[in-house]
Design a protein around this ligand. Structure first.
Ligand SMILES: Cc1cc2nc3c(=O)[nH]c(=O)nc-3n(C[C@H](O)[C@H](O)[C@H](O)COP(=O)(O)OP(=O)(O)OC[C@H]3O[C@@H](n4cnc5c(N)ncnc54)[C@H](O)[C@@H]3O)c2cc1C
Length: 387
């Protein structure tokens, strides 16, 4: 038996986590009620057409789909045509525009050279600070591998603005081992599959939710005391919020978007980072360039500012420094005592998750739940514990 008889299943959140779990359970014959406090589906991936310019806007910041997971790629392609898209990021530093991630073009332009790959590699080795044997902080990691000049131009200011603290306070693990490419590959992601949903993420999530066993309730906040009426609850809202913030708010960074329009092409690319600390925003995104198969005269851009998340703000990036980890273990302990509730997704497990990982975890969660119906086993509070 893969369907619960008599009782419905509640899903909190109509983002990717909730939609993917809901669809799998509905297809297995379950009656599913999905609640979202927002007036729209798709959670933070929400896209909508701008009325004035017709540009597809990524309302909560730009989202590029990329994955190595063939099952996830096939899954999203079942609900939406994916258009070819390669993320190519540029950065402005001290009045010059460079290509990111740091690649041979960036190195040659920055140092006014015409190095071949081996020459650039040897040159960079002379710049790295070899006295730092075991880098502990983000700053030490960067200085060890790329040296002071590249660190200051491409990592220091951006990281400081993004995380609101000095790179000396962040762990080395944030920066990949050697964040440099010795060729001209400027594709931001390494994954095998990359693309953009032709009609936007909200349309894709709408197709996922389009099943007769799914009822959707927008602008409806779900509270803990409602859980008793359901066979099981899959909760993709904030973990601390479920327990009424009794141990305080978990630390997040939030983003402010300063939206502006432009007649024509504002910056010639989708993402332009700003590494200098003197510029208060981290980047400008120009949304029509996320849909390169479309053509629009007008343009919609976002200046993106990062700051600490207050109680009324939208939580974006979990901070997960030492203080948050202790608080988190209290919330995780409360969650494991909660019967018939599974905490999922980026907010429910307080982890940064890309969309492909979110979908993979949601598919696995639904599969496990359906198997527990057959075996009468307990469904765990977390498939992926936050601690
Ligand atoms: C700025 C930014 C850029 C990103 N860019 C990329 C990218 O380029 N590529 C990529 O792969 N990933 C990207 N991501 C990650 C992506 O946004 C997540 O993987 C995805 O949104 C996770 O989906 P989710 O359903 O877990 O959470 P969410 O999308 O946050 O959905 C949770 C939903 O639950 C609802 N909710 C919360 N509490 C309640 C409640 N009590 N009652 C009812 N409803 C509730 C919320 O309103 C929300 O709609 C980015 C994330 C951010 C922050």
């Amino acid at each position: 038996m893969t369907a619960v008889e008599g009782k419905k299943i509640a899903i909190v959140g109509a983002g990717l986590s909730g939609a993917v779990i809901g669809r799998a359970l509905a297809e297995a014959g379950n009656q599913v009620e999905i609640f979202d406090r927002r007036p729209h589906i798709a959670g933070n991936c929400h896209t909508e057409r701008d009325e004035q310019t017709d540009v597809m806007v990524h309302v909560y910041g730009p989202h590029i789909f990329h994955t190595d997971d063939a099952e996830v790629w096939n899954y999203v392609n079942r609900f939406q045509t994916f258009m070819p898209y390669k993320n190519r990021v540029k950065t402005t530093s001290k009045g010059q525009v460079y290509s990111l991630p740091i690649n041979l073009h960036t190195i040659n332009q920055f140092f006014g050279k015409s190095f071949r790959p081996d020459e650039a590699r040897a040159f960079l080795e002379t710049l790295g600070d070899a006295s730092i044997e075991q880098p502990k902080t983000f700053e030490e990691q960067a200085l060890r591998f790329v040296g002071k000049d590249l660190y200051e131009a491409f990592f220091k200011g951006y990281t400081q603005k993004q995380w609101g603290c000095s790179p000396t306070e962040l762990p080395a693990s944030i920066l990949k081992r050697l964040p440099v490419r010795f060729n001209y590959d400027d594709n931001y992601f390494f994954h095998r599959y990359q693309g953009m949903p032709e009609n936007g993420y909200t349309d894709m999530v709408g197709q996922i939710l389009d099943h007769p066993n799914i009822s959707l309730h927008l602008e409806t906040a779900f509270q803990r005391d409602q859980a008793v009426g359901f066979a099981h609850v899959f909760y993709s809202g904030p973990l601390d919020g479920y327990f009424d913030y009794q141990y305080g708010h978990l630390g997040y960074r939030t983003l402010d978007f300063e939206r502006f329009t432009y007649d024509g092409d504002y910056q010639g690319c989708a993402v332009m980072n700003y590494g200098d600390v003197s510029v208060p925003f981290t980047r400008i995104t120009e949304h029509k360039h996320f849909s390169p198969w479309e053509s629009h005269q007008g343009s919609v851009c976002y200046r993106e500012f990062s700051r600490a998340c207050g109680p009324k703000d939208t939580p974006y990036y979990p901070i997960r420094l030492v203080e948050e980890k202790e608080q988190l273990s209290h919330y995780a302990a409360l969650a494991t005592q909660e019967a018939h509730v599974t905490f999922v997704g980026r907010l429910g497990t307080y982890r940064y998750l890309d969309m492909d990982v979110t979908i993979r975890e949601a598919l696995d969660t639904a599969k496990l739940y359906l198997s527990t119906l057959e075996t009468n086993a307990m469904m765990p509070s977390f498939l992926h514990p936050p601690t």
